[in-house]
Ligand binder design. Structure first.
Ligand code: SF4
Length: 217
């Protein structure tokens, strides 16, 4: 059974109508019973309408009035901080019958690596999937890992927004250490060569797959 951490942070987002959403920066979409109870108590006490799941495996507590923002943040009892870089992680072999690799631990390592090596020209979203079905959105994330029987395949520069498409393969059947080392080098290449507000996929299309592959040597 996976352990759910209590140490989440929240990030306020102003909405068009002047209210705020409080984004719960969940790790891999998990919310403990204690935190869920606290959120429900706050929703009940302040008459908040919705807790909404985001595509990035987080939760938004919607409809927070501006004049109650500080009070509601205090009631939730969590620190206010920018959410760590987005990562989508499927359940992996620990829980899914199709899984070839365990995903949670590597997902946490990948999140730390991306956070520690920033800032970048633009967002870096990652995905970790335990098999080729790609439920962690690995093929269309800036960095995607796909579990195979013999290790991990690494994709770089996938996109699910404009110019959608899969990332380019930067390695097949890599060990965990190998995949993290390549991700570190690929991110360094992005920091050095990406233009401001240019996503990784756009940079790869501009410079070519070979230029990125060369930087990994
Ligand atoms: S990617 Fe594979 S291991 Fe992960 S949830 Fe989907 S089917 Fe299961």
């Amino acid at each position: 059974m996976n352990t759910v951490s209590e140490s989440i942070t929240i990030m306020p987002l102003e909405r068009k109508d002047g209210t705020f959403a409080l984004r719960l920066c969940l790790s891999q979409g998990e919310l403990s019973i204690a935190m869920l109870r606290r959120v429900m108590d706050v929703m009940t006490a302040y008459g908040l309408p919705t807790l909404r799941a985001t595509t990035g495996q987080r939760m938004n507590l919607e409809g927070v009035p501006k004049d109650k923002l500080d009070e509601i943040v205090a009631a939730l009892g969590t620190a206010v901080e920018k959410c760590p870089p987005g990562v989508s992680v499927c359940p992996g072999s620990a829980e899914c019958r199709y899984g070839k690799q365990e995903t949670r631990k590597l997902g946490r390592k990948l999140t730390s690596l991306v956070k520690e090596n920033g800032p970048y020209p633009f967002k870096v979203k990652t995905g970790v999937s335990g098999c080729s079905f790609g439920c962690g959105l690995s093929f269309v994330r800036d960095i995607g890992l796909v579990g195979k029987s013999a290790g991990w395949d690494l994709y770089f520069g996938g996109s699910a927004t404009f110019s959608p498409g899969p990332g380019v393969a930067l390695g097949k059947k890599l060990s965990e250490d190998e995949v993290l080392d390549r991700v570190r080098k690929a991110l360094a290449f992005y920091k050095e060569n990406g233009r401001k507000r240019e996503r990784i996929g756009s940079m790869v299309r501009r410079l070519g797959h070979e230029a990125v592959a060369e930087s990994l040597k």
